[in-house]
Design a protein around this ligand. Structure first.
Ligand code: FES
Length: 178
């Protein structure tokens, strides 16, 4: 069973606060920002965290960060575009984010990553040469109860195994936009 995370991801329609989508990654990011005491000079750290959680920084996510740091969106966008490290869109047509937080790790997330790396012929953090798949890892995405969790595009899949992950990704790699 999969849980569709959000219809807001990827556009200005994403709410600036809270996450009715149920995507816990927003909550994690919100808590992280609060821990920084919402200091505006922590913007780069916050963007790092956001990219780690989501894989890339789309407009809605940048707006979310701006709102919570009480910064003009233009400033947040300016910083995100200045540093090459930050990705503003997924590199591949599909994005697969394997959670490597503790709960997922102890339940075999590293084996999932290894299996995906082998199947796709890339290392985690990379994109296949044909641009079909970006394979990313994240620390806890807030779904420890269903560890090990993998986010396929914007859908969190629970209790993944190397086999289930391979099936999903192979489908993408073998059958186009799927
Ligand atoms: S450690 Fe993977 S969801 Fe928390």
């Amino acid at each position: 069973m999969s849980t569709t995370l959000t219809s807001q991801r990827g556009g200005p329609g994403r709410p600036p606060a809270g996450h009715p989508s149920g995507d816990k990654r927003f909550k994690i990011l919100e808590v992280f920002i609060k821990r920084q005491q919402q200091k505006q000079d922590t913007l780069i750290e916050v963007l790092h965290k956001a990219q780690e959680l989501f894989g890339y920084l789309d407009d809605g996510l940048l707006f979310f960060v701006a709102h919570h740091l009480r910064l003009p969106p233009s400033r947040v966008y300016g910083v995100a575009t200045f540093y090459h490290y930050f990705k503003l869109k997924p590199q591949g047509a599909h994005t697969c984010v394997v959670c490597m937080g503790t709960a997922c790790y102890v339940k075999g997330a590293h084996q999932i990553v290894e299996a995906l790396e082998r199947a796709a012929g890339i290392r985690a953090g990379g994109t296949t040469p044909d641009g079909r798949l970006s394979l990313l890892t994240a620390r806890c995405i807030g779904a420890c109860g269903i560890a090990p969790a993998v986010v396929y595009d914007e859908t969190v899949a629970p209790r993944q195994t190397p086999e289930s992950a391979l099936e999903r990704v192979r489908n993408w790699l073998d059958h186009g936009a799927g």
